[in-house]
Design a protein around this ligand. Structure first.
Ligand code: F6R
Length: 608
């Protein structure tokens, strides 16, 4: 969603802001703008549409001179995407410029107060109200004015502010929306996402809620919203800027699919010691012993990981698991107490619904465990316990490598819980751990067969409706395969538990409908195949996904078969997801879609 960058230092700000905004493009946006202060004068340049247009308009930044500035990519919430509504917004006097992520919920009330005092507005946004209110309170000290204004704001926001009467100074404020300060020799930076900072520095400070930072060329000071000075830690970011390049591939999504073997190794190996999943430091033995039930709460693909994790944890550790969509968890009056562990799964660590669900769970006394990819993210900071997936920066909007890393981590959690609860025998434990360690290599084998998946995609990319069916973990995989396909190729697609077809959906099947039957789970292959036969009898084409050992059996029923190597049941989804990702990718490629940045989608969903 929206992105913020700010810089004050020795260099020209505009090129830095434009480069920073480019690094945030993957988050999704529909307009962009910068504001730069130069000797007490402000220049603002904004465009609707792609950042390339802003580059053109500002001659790559050369036309907007000055060493202190703020920039923004906007994903429209209040008011349509347009030049007037895009950020930065400037107060009527021209003194205060502001960029903003999030929503100021009480902006109408504040706007009315300002209208009553004779201020007028040019946009429909809550952000302009923020700029005007800060200006309204300005009496020669921008920090005082910001602090006074933010105490009146209700909602979630990250703000970047400059005041032309105080050259060389930037203010950054955070409240439930990420903001990070970066330190470099040439000056100081802020951004809503560490990706915008990596080209300049890996030394950062994560702002916490209701904290304010004042940045100048050679110093940064931190305050509470009541202006008490605070000390903040400088932290080092592990990711390097090369991780954010396409590395010669046409799309980030493809690069990220190919990175999966390495991502699995990076994620699981540090948590395995002497042939055991080692998590005692994170999930204590006492906690496991007292655990009555477990919740997994997440959105989208992370939620799909949760469904597979439920099957695996219940099967191995015999602990009841409920998987709930984060947006539902908050409003379902969940029955959680101090003996409940609530696991929040989130790549970005910033998804608002997941973050709010975490807060809800904590308030009800549960222990919260975040499975998060982005260090320093809001969920990582707010959770009682954290396990990191080591997927590195994921730039393509459609998740692939983070999904796989989450999945692998939940297998380790299932093993650890099972061992602690005494519900697994040694041989099964060793077999599953061995199978997990073999996943990267087996993934490599599947990736080598990408040409066949590309051929299948070529045959099917004209379809208007594609159905995915499967049972148990294959149903969870169907949900993810279908989501991947629809989000990047815009083909209408549905996923059904195979046994549910007869209860309604089968009426949609007609001559030529493509049904992707996932039959990786060998104990259910036969059952799923019988459902595949039902749709085939009604004219559907069946593309099956199955383990190598049952290929022959499956090919009697399916028109075409994608195979994966055999492995333990618990690990099948980790392999079976790869052909589904590749299929979605190639279909989208043949349809000429914007694969890394599908329409209307944002990488990190920071509104409810
Ligand atoms: C789909 C996808 C989304 C995310 C969802 C949750 O490809 O990426 O469905 O999984 O928005 O995001 P995180 O995991 O960042 O909380």
């Amino acid at each position: 969603m929206c992105g913020i960058v700010g810089y004050t230092g020795d260099k020209q700000a505009s090129p830095i802001l434009l480069d920073g905004l480019e690094k945030l493009e993957y988050r999704g946006y529909d307009s962009a703008g910068i504001a730069v202060e130069n000797g007490g004068k402000l220049t603002v340049s904004k465009t609707k549409g792609r950042l390339a247009l802003l580059r053109e308009k500002t001659e790559n930044g050369a036309a907007v001179q000055g060493v202190t500035g703020i920039g923004h990519t906007r994903w429209a919430t209040h008011g349509k995407p347009s030049e007037e509504n895009s950020h930065p917004h400037v107060s009527e006097s021209g003194r205060v410029a502001i960029v903003h992520n999030g929503i100021i919920e009480n902006y109408m009330e504040l706007k009315q107060m300002l209208l009553n005092r004779g201020r007028s507005f040019v946009s429909e946004t809550d952000t302009e109200v923020a700029a005007q209110l800060i200006d309204f309170y300005y009496e020669g000290d921008i920090l005082q004015a910001v602090a006074k204004a933010v105490r009146e704001f209700e909602g979630n926001y990250a703000l970047g502010i400059l005041c032309v009467d105080e050259p060389g100074k930037l203010i950054a404020v955070r409240n439930h929306a990420p903001l990070i300060v970066g330190y470099a020799l040439d000056g100081n930076y802020f951004a809503s996402d560490v990706m915008a900072l990596l080209a300049h520095t890996r030394s950062v400070t994560y702002l916490a809620d209701e904290e304010i930072a004042v940045l100048e060329k050679t110093q940064v000071h931190y305050y509470s919203s009541f202006l008490d000075p605070i000390e903040k830690k400088v932290e080092r970011v592990e990711w390097d800027s090369a991780a954010a390049d396409k590395g010669g591939y046409e799309h980030f999504m493809f690069k990220e699919i190919m990175e999966q073997p390495e991502v699995i190794r990076r994620t699981v190996l540090p948590l395995i010691r002497d042939g055991r999943a080692e998590m005692e430091q994170i999930i204590s033995k006492a906690m496991v012993a007292n655990m009555k039930r477990l919740f997994i709460v997440a959105c989208g693909s992370s939620y799909h990981v949760g469904i597979i994790a439920k099957y695996n944890i219940e099967k191995l550790a015999r602990i009841p698991v409920e998987v709930v969509l984060a947006s539902e968890f908050r409003y379902c009056d969940p029955i959680v107490d101090e003996n409940t562990l609530v696991i929040l799964i989130s790549q970005s660590g910033e998804t608002t619904d997941t973050l709010e669900a975490l807060r809800e769970a904590k308030e009800r006394g549960a222990t919260t465990l975040g499975i998060v990819n982005v260090e320093g993210s809001s969920i990582a900071k707010a959770a009682d316990l954290v396990l990191y997936t080591k997927a590195g920066p994921e730039i393509a909007v459609a998740t692939t490598k983070a999904y796989s890393a989450q999945l692998a981590l939940t297998v380790l959690i299932a093993l650890y819980l099972a061992e602690q609860r005494g519900t697994i025998d040694q041989a099964t434990y060793d077999e599953i751990l061995g199978a997990l360690l073999a996943v990267p290599e087996q993934m490599g084998t599947i990736l080598e067969q990408k040409a066949y998946i590309q051929y299948l995609a070529y045959q099917h990319f004209h379809n208007d409706d594609i159905f995915f069916i499967g049972r148990n973990v294959d149903y969870a995989l169907s949900l993810e395969g279908s989501l991947k396909l629809k989000e990047i190729s815009y083909i209408h697609s549905e996923a059904y538990a195979a046994g549910e077809l007869k209860h309604g959906t089968i009426s949609l099947v007609e001559d030529g409908t493509l049904v992707i039957a996932i039959a990786s789970c060998r104990r259910l292959t036969e059952k799923t195949l019988s459902n595949a036969m039902e749709v085939r009898a009604r004219g559907a084409q069946v593309l099956a996904l199955a383990a190598e050992s049952v290929k022959e059996e499956v090919s009697h029923v399916a028109d075409q078969v994608m195979t994966i190597p055999d492995t333990h049941d618990v690990l099948l989804p980790s392999l079976a997801i790869l052909p589904l990702q590749l299929f979605a990718y190639y279909v989208a490629l043949y349809r000429g879609c914007d694969i890394d940045k599908p329409r209307n989608l944002a990488k990190s969903v920071t509104v409810e």
